[in-house]
Design a protein. Structure first.
Lengths: 965, 418
């Protein structure tokens, strides 16, 4: 008895030590050595324990790769657990020990024939995870068998394995015909196999944009819908996402798909629900609005969306980002559900901010009272970001729902009374917008605002306050004093405030000219003489000139009636919205950016668009940039930025002169600086001021520098013009295409980059115009390239020495070298670029003309040319036509030489000139060409021969571009 | 698809990593640490982060971060759902999802992760399928395994894996056949200062515990199914029958599972079981404040309210609380500034009251925000929405099972603003 108890006790101890943490407690010294000994032990149990120890070390990131041969030796076993553990190890380390991994191949191949389907599946699955080329060769045969295995569990595992193999060696998968087998699996009898096949094909399709892998037709759709009902929740997600890519033929098909998808809205898995919402939102577009079913569907969409909001906060966040899109597209779905977006005090901040955004979108006359009460509640919370946004939201409500404006204003005034600094500042910024929307209605509050003048320390609030003072100068007795107080620290202010101060004082001057001459002179001279900021200087000069030439015009321009502020701010631009609706549930929908803007390697992301709405759809579908021709590529789909409506407001004063204002005094321009001053001045002073000589002198002094700097804002445009003109700027230089917009501002938080490439005296230059279209200053620019076909890399850092102020542009020339890492791109001349500034990192891709890579010593010896031409097999020759080129052969030859395409010999046969030319690329590839020019025939023929024929297409494009420009 | 998974504790140590494709260096987590630093509170870390080459999708559960790395366009909800499923599985296997327990079972964890995801595609996430392939650890089995040399990895194909009902394994046998259903409702509500309901809704869930032999086919019907217009079901529920007849017809998984969740929206009137009379005020001078809270029954449908608690997050400047409670105890945690008043049962004859003074840090300005009250409560034998199960029928098997339904109502996110 005693003995029995003892033994039990021992077992207990044994048992309590059974946790895996013991695997971590090995002695430091000779740890690997000990494990090695244990792995080679004869005892099965000891072996297993040792492998477990190895795995445990691996999971925490220790390097146990030295044990590779010993672990692989344990593979031949009947014990499934041990086998699995060894497989786990192999997957992790095979890459670093490819030669050793080969030793495991035989066991894998044998296991793929095992009678137990679990082992067959496990083997094929593990083999796919070993990312070693040599192994993949052996994988093909077993995989082919497994794809046709009698057991569906094996088939579904094999389907995923095709995707794995494709990731390692795409060519192999295509050559072996696995893609077709995979397509056949869509018709498999087992729904799980179908789901996995769809998932695998979708993943493969992502790297093959144009292939017709998922060829969706009514038959396959039907199969997918059948599988949808029976497969796992994850499979349903894959199938739904795949369905969303289909475009139904007519509204009846659309309706029948919708009917079969709606049950998914009641799924417990939120990802299934959201994918179903995507399909429905998309196919709904095709349904006629008067159809009963359309109404039913709208009603069915609301509850599942609301339910998503009771899930975990992370799920809520993604759901809210998507609801934000849905609400913009179809506000009717959730218009009665305002209350579910009310904020709970312990919601995470990221959920709070999103809820607030949606509350404003849903605000309407019917619910505004509730919304305002809530917002006021939020404005007294603790979190600063949230409070600010709540205050801002009150302003947006006022602008959106006219009936509520008065209540909003009084709520804002209450908040200003709290004297909480950031609340006051935020309130003033939004009150400015309210003034814009309802001019001459709430000016009674100006006095209250002015009391808080001293507490404002944020540029945006200061600028807003100055705008208000300037705009209502005639009603504020001490407007000049107020503005003067700002003027003292003019140079310490941010540009935003400086610009506003300049405009504000000019407004004041035009309204009360007699008392404020001194002030206006002061600000004009501060802006034009003492400032380094071109925007400020230019605005100063414009005002100055306006005031000095035609004060009446100045009045018309500066005090012009402003267009009313739009009702909704921050709306997503409609075409982008349509695209994003097609991407509901994806990362794109979380970031509210089109997938092409940020998904790495999405060279071929097709712009999706909603069906049915053909009228507006046409413009959305910009051609896939990946396949567009190299040099003459269409600019990337630029969607006009609408985001900064609020920001633009303040600057509106500047725009009228160019559009609605009187034409600029061109004659004055030609007269030169001195004349200009004399002439205009009298008319200004004559009217209002009665010819005050001191004033005249004051106005006259600085513009000695004016003509030159007046050009400054235009210069950006002029440069572009020169570039467009091709040869004008640099007649003999290599061809450089005009600048195109590479990175639109809306994709990069206000940074716009346009650019081109040029080759100047042997150096490749990347020439860019950086434009700051955001409201804040940008600094700390840096640039990096992804690996690319010719190893292009920046030869130095991006030289942007001064910070880039809002609305400012800067031209940068970045010298490039070709010693960077190389990776073949598709198309060949594609370059992926990352640009960083103080705000974020942005990515874009552009294509460079391959002629940038033609080096100066590309002239081949005649003999060598002949020999090489013969040496290159005829298969590598490709022929192209250049149409409508009206140059003589000599002119063409000269022009081409400018771009380092050298003519070696010329022959004339039967009135046809044959030019033999050679080109050398930076990486040493030679391209030989024969250009046939027939007098009177505008069509040239180019034959290109090269050992690397993949460059021919790009080279030809360069020929065309050079000859035609 | 999901590329890698890192498990990170709340102090920021990565204690486990798993890669389903190529290995990604753990330095990718630095972006997450940066965001965590910025957010301050671990709850406030944004769940989706963008880095130059990857996306990081994170959930925060039980003081652990589950961070997944993805490289291509993947539905983020899919990833988040999956991560929660991983955490659920750990909980299911080890009783909790914590750093300690994961470290203790690291090999099982690793085997589980390998089984749950293949090349980033979910493979087996159903608890009963997993348990057939990888046996959950327990002391007895470890001992037996050690003595007999057998393993805790199943070597047959799980039966549920491929059938049309993957959630149920074949050959289930019980001596006592029983099916219990718990209808649990949580009230989410926001009441304003004056006690008016700003917003209220009910989150309901039916948790089932079914231990029945063979392949039973169950039908659960309700007295008032009209209440349920917003439902999500376990995959086992036949949706067509619900649409047509408003009954739940299903072949249940074996053991514990969530049959359905539902949501009674703010459109309907939601009964609020208690009212709260409160005043919390701080004085301009003298660095102190007063607090006076009384709770009373409102719409309790004649049932007893139990487990009543009030939790208040005080402003940072509140140093201590000197209060008297007529019923229950209160505690004030100085570090977290949380006041908890544990009341217990609500006696309608003698309403519980908490009253006294708060002392505020000397010289600090009067707190700007008023703290919200969080109410906790429980009412047995009542589903506050009025939902009632009328009957449960079983087809397909001959024996007579025990059946039972329990109702309970709880406070969910029940907040009173002051």
């Amino acid at each position: 008895m005693q003995e029995w108890a003892n033994q039990l006790c021992e077992n207990r101890q044994f048992g309590s030590k059974m946790t895996d943490s013991k695997y971590f407690t090995t002695t430091k010294k000779g740890e690997i050595f000990e494990l090695k000994a244990e792995l080679n032990s004869d005892k099965k149990e000891k072996k297993k324990e040792a492998v477990k120890k190895v795995i445990a070390s691996m999971t925490v990131g220790k390097d146990v790769s030295a044990l590779f041969p010993d672990v692989v030796n344990c593979m031949q076993t009947d014990n499934l657990e041990l086998k699995k553990l060894v497989y786990l190890y192999l997957m992790n380390y095979a890459k670093s020990q490819p030669d050793m991994a080969i030793m495991a191949v035989n066991t894998f191949v044998k296991d793929c024939e095992d009678p137990n389907p679990l082992i067959r599946a496990l083997a094929v699955r593990t083999m796919g995870c070993i990312r070693v080329d040599k192994i993949t060769e052996y994988l093909c045969e077993p995989l082919r068998k497994c794809l046709k295995d009698e057991d569906p569990y094996v088939r579904k595992t094999a389907a995923v394995c095709v995707a794995k193999l494709h990731d390692i060696n795409a060519q192999l998968v295509e050559d072996q015909g696995f893609l077709d087998t995979l397509k056949d699996l869509i018709s498999d009898s087992n729904p799980m196999v179908v789901a996995n096949a769809v998932a695998a094909l979708s993943e493969i399709a992502e790297s093959h944009p144009n292939s017709n892998l998922l060829d969706l037709n009514p038959q396959t759709i039907n199969k997918l819908l059948t599988a949808l009902n029976e497969c796992t929740e994850w499979g349903q997600i894959f199938i739904l996402d795949c369905l969303a890519n289909y475009t139904p033929r007519d509204d009846r098909e659309s309706q029948s798909i919708c009917e079969r998808v709606t049950p998914r809205l009641s799924h417990a898995n939120s990802a299934v629900v959201l994918s179903a919402v995507k399909v429905l939102m998309k196919f709904m577009e095709m349904l006629p609005k008067d159809l009963d079913y359309y109404g039913t569907l709208l009603k069915k969409l609301a509850p599942p969306l609301v339910t998503l909001l009771s899930a975990e906060p992370e799920l809520q966040y993604v759901a809210l980002r998507n609801i934000n899109l849905i609400v913009q597209r179809r506000p009717e779905i959730l218009k009665h559900e305002m209350k579910v977006f009310f904020v709970k005090y312990n919601d995470p901040i990221y959920v709070k901010l999103e809820k607030l955004d949606i509350m404003i979108r849903l605000a309407s006359q019917a619910n505004i009272a509730q919304v305002l009460a809530e917002l006021k509640e939020y404005a007294t919370e603790v979190d600063v970001d949230f409070v600010r946004k709540a205050v801002r939201a009150i302003g947006r409500c006022a602008i959106k729902v006219e009936q509520s404006a008065e209540r909003c204003v009084s709520t804002l005034l209450d908040l200003i009374q709290t004297k909480v600094n950031y609340v006051v500042q935020e309130a003033i910024v939004v009150i400015k917008d309210i003034f814009r929307k309802y001019p001459n209605k709430y000016e009674s509050v100006i006095a209250t605002l002015c009391e808080n003048l001293d507490s404002l320390d944020e540029p945006e609030a200061r600028a807003a306050m100055i705008w208000i003072v300037g705009e209502y100068a005639e009603r504020i007795d001490n407007a000049d004093e107020l503005l003067e107080s700002f003027l003292e620290g003019f140079h310490d202010e941010s540009t935003q405030v400086q610009l506003q101060l300049l405009t504000g004082i000019v407004k004041l001057f035009l309204k009360k000219p007699t008392e404020t001459q001194e002030l206006v002179q002061q600000v004009l001279s501060l802006a034009t003489q003492d400032s380094d900021n071109p925007d400020l200087r230019d605005r100063g000069y414009i005002y100055w000139r306006l005031l000095s030439t035609d004060p009446v015009a100045a009045k018309e321009v500066v005090l012009a009636e402003k267009p009313l502020i739009s009702e909704e701010t921050d709306l997503i631009e409609p075409t982008l919205l349509e695209e994003l609706i097609c991407h509901i549930g994806t990362l794109a929908s979380v970031y509210h950016k089109p997938p092409s803007a940020f998904v790495e390697g999405s060279r071929g992301v097709q712009h999706k668009r909603l069906p049915g709405s053909a009228g507006s759809g046409e413009s959305v579908d910009s051609p896939d940039t990946g396949s567009a021709a190299g040099v003459s590529e269409a600019p990337p789909a630029v969607i006009p930025s609408q985001g900064d409506l609020l920001g633009d407001l303040l600057n509106l004063d500047l725009t009228p002169p160019t559009t609605t204002g009187p034409p600029p005094p061109t004659s004055g321009m030609q007269m030169g600086a001195m004349d200009l001053l004399g002439g205009g001045l009298d008319s200004l002073l004559g009217g209002d001021l009665g010819g005050n000589p001191a004033m005249a002198a004051g106005f006259g002094a600085p513009p000695a520098v004016m003509p030159t700097s007046f050009n400054a804002p235009v210069s950006g445009g002029l440069d572009d013009l020169f570039d467009l003109g091709g040869g004008v700027g640099m007649p003999m230089g290599s061809y450089s295409p005009p600048k195109t917009v590479w990175l639109p501002a809306m994709k990069a938080k206000g940074l716009e980059i346009s650019g081109t490439f040029a080759r100047r005296s042997g150096v490749i230059q990347m020439e860019m115009t950086l434009t700051n279209k955001a409201m804040s200053v940008m600094t700390d620019f840096a640039i990096q390239f992804n690996r690319n076909s010719f190893g292009l890399a920046p030869a130095g850092p991006l030289q942007v020495l001064t910070p880039l102020s809002p609305n400012q542009s800067i031209e940068v020339s970045l010298p490039l070298n070709t010693v960077g890492p190389v990776m073949k791109m598709e198309p060949l001349n594609n370059l992926q670029v990352a640009v960083k500034n103080n705000i974020d990192v942005f990515y874009f891709s552009c294509q460079y003309p391959i002629s940038m890579l033609f080096v100066e010593d590309g002239k081949m010896e005649r003999q060598v040319f002949l020999a090489t031409w013969k040496d290159i097999p005829n298969d590598n020759e490709s022929q192209f036509q250049i149409k409508d080129c009206h140059l003589s052969s000599d002119a063409a030859s000269n022009k081409l030489q400018g771009s380092n395409i050298f003519t070696i010999a010329k022959r004339t046969v039967e009135g046809q000139d044959m030019l033999y030319q050679s080109i050398k690329l930076t990486n040493g590839i030679w391209v030989l060409a024969e250009l046939r020019v027939q007098a009177g025939n505008p069509n040239y023929t180019v034959s290109l021969k090269c050992r690397a024929p993949e460059v021919s297409q790009s080279v030809f494009q360069s020929y065309e571009a050079v000859l035609k420009n | 698809m999901i590329h890698s998974l890192f498990l990170i504790n709340h102090t920021g140590d990565i204690f486990l990593e798993k890669h389903w494709k190529s290995v990604i260096s753990r330095s990718v987590c630095d972006y997450f640490f940066e965001a965590k630093e910025k957010a301050g509170d671990p709850e406030n870390v944004p769940p989706v982060l963008q880095t130059p080459h990857h996306y990081l999708i994170t959930i925060y559960r039980g003081k652990l971060f589950l961070l997944s790395v993805i490289q291509t366009e993947v539905p983020p909800l899919f990833v988040i759902e999956f991560l929660h499923r991983v955490a659920d599985t750990f909980q299911d296997y080890f009783g909790e999802c914590s750093e300690g327990v994961i470290k203790d079972n690291v090999v099982t964890v690793y085997e589980l992760l390998e089984e749950m995801l293949d090349n980033g595609f979910p493979l087996a996430t159903e608890s009963n399928v997993l348990k057939e392939m990888i046996k959950p650890p327990n002391i007895l089995r470890s001992v037996v395994n050690t003595l007999t040399g057998s393993s805790n990895v199943g070597d047959t194909l799980p039966t549920g894996q491929l059938s049309n009902i993957p959630w149920r394994r074949a050959g289930v046998k019980y001596t006592n056949n029983e099916a219990y259903f718990d209808v649990i409702e949580e009230i989410d509500a926001i009441l304003d200062k004056s006690g008016t309901t700003v917003f209220a809704e009910i989150q309901g869930v039916i948790e089932a515990c079914v231990r029945l032999t063979g392949m039973p086919d169950l039908t659960l019907s309700f007295m008032n199914p009209r209440l349920l217009d917003d439902v999500s079901f376990h995959p086992c529920v036949r949706f067509k029958r619900w649409e047509a007849e408003r009954v739940l017809s299903f072949i249940p998984p074996d053991g514990n599972f969530t049959l359905m969740t539902y949501h009674v929206s703010s459109q309907n009137l939601v009964a609020i079981p208690v009212y709260v009379k409160q005043s919390i005020s701080f004085f301009e001078s003298g660095s102190c404040g007063r607090l006076d809270i009384t709770l009373g029954p409102k719409q309790t449908m004649g049932k007893m309210v139990e487990g009543l608690t009030v939790t208040i997050h005080m402003p940072k400047t509140v140093l201590s609380a000197n209060l008297t409670a007529t019923q229950g105890n209160y505690t004030y945690d100085l570090a977290t500034k949380v006041l908890v008043w544990d009341i217990g049962k609500l006696n309608p004859q003698k309403l519980p009251n908490l009253k006294g003074s708060l002392s505020v840090q000397a010289g600090a300005p009067k707190p700007e925000e008023n703290p919200s009250l969080n109410i906790g409560l429980k009412i047995q034998q009542l589903a506050i929405s009025g939902l009632k199960v009328s009957r449960l029928d079983m087809y397909g098997e001959k024996y007579k099972p025990f059946k039972g339904v329990k109702y309970v109502t709880k406070a969910g996110k029940f907040q009173v603003r002051t």
